[in-house]
Design a protein around this ligand. Structure first.
Ligand code: MN
Length: 287
């Protein structure tokens, strides 16, 4: 007898800037320990944006103490930051940004994409850093779609390995603590069993379709299942053609103190982060 998976998904949508209409599936303020090392999960379900000359998005804002992982499924996102870095994430690409000691950036629909208009579908995941790495130097990993290996897991089931190891492939993302991030694609009625690392957090988010994850438990589109720790093997069966994202990782067992875009270990460190941002010590966007 095992405990049941916890299904999350009955949450309101909200705008991030004017470019991303998201459901926050979970955040550190309520489930930071249950989902550690993950702090926050925003899903922008497919949404059509009409053509426009001024790209939609979210303007200058800071981050400190964790990593943001942006997966573009449809549409292209351009970013620009205080270190002078900039780039575009195209469909299938993943941007793994280590905010570390502090980044000030903006995230907009890419200009040419915005001019044409089109569908945007994105995930942004926040991954915590252990206390020893919260002040690490900022870093970007742009993981192009062509560098992310795809493996066949079973008949009709494929996985794109973004981080961690699966089916003999290793994802290109470099992480500070063990993290698994796998894009899963199922044909209708296909079944696959995923490994469960002992003691690790494990969750499955369904973008499209539906997955049966236990007797009588189905995860529908726009829902996330948090798997109990006593589930050793995760057997997933698709009720329809299905796209899902598996999140796994070793929990970081440290205090979480967060406010908005800063996630540290103590309230004093949050106050210091606001002070550093307001005084320009995280830098500014180039004009
Ligand atoms: Mn951001």
């Amino acid at each position: 007898m095992t405990t049941s998976p916890r299904i999350l998904g009955d949450v309101p949508r909200h705008w991030v800037g004017d470019g991303f209409f998201v459901k926050t599936m979970f955040s550190y303020s309520d489930l930071g320990h249950d989902l550690s090392p993950f702090l926050l999960f925003d899903y922008a379900a497919p949404r059509e944006f009409p053509p426009r000359d001024v790209p939609a998005g979210v303007g200058e804002h800071p981050h400190r103490g964790f990593e943001t992982v942006t997966i573009a499924y449809q549409g292209s996102v351009a970013h620009r930051d205080s270190s002078g870095s900039s780039g575009v994430i195209h469909p299938g690409d993943v941007q793994w940004m280590t905010a570390g000691s502090g980044v000030v950036h903006e995230e907009f629909h890419e200009r040419e994409f915005a001019k044409r208009g089109g569908v945007v579908e994105m995930v942004q995941l926040w991954v915590n850093l252990p206390a020893r790495d919260k002040k690490t130097a900022p870093r970007y990993q742009t993981l192009r779609a062509t560098t992310i290996p795809t493996v066949a897991l079973a008949a009709g089931v494929e996985a794109r390995v973004i981080a961690g190891e699966l089916g003999g492939a290793r994802g290109p993302a470099q992480t500070f603590t063990p993290v698994d991030l796998w894009d899963l694609s199922f044909a209708r009625d296909a079944t696959a069993t995923l490994p469960r690392a002992a003691g690790h957090t494990a969750a499955v988010f369904v973008r499209h379709g539906a997955l049966r994850i236990a007797d009588g438990v189905t995860v529908g589109a726009g829902e996330l299942a948090l798997l109990p720790h006593d589930v050793q093997r995760i057997t997933l069966t698709a009720d329809a053609d299905t796209k899902a994202l598996f999140l796994g990782g070793e929990p970081i067992r440290e205090p979480i103190a967060g406010y908005g875009p800063f996630v540290m270990n103590t309230k004093a460190e949050i106050a210091a982060a606001f002070d550093d941002y307001e005084h320009g010590r995280m830098g500014r966007l180039p004009g």
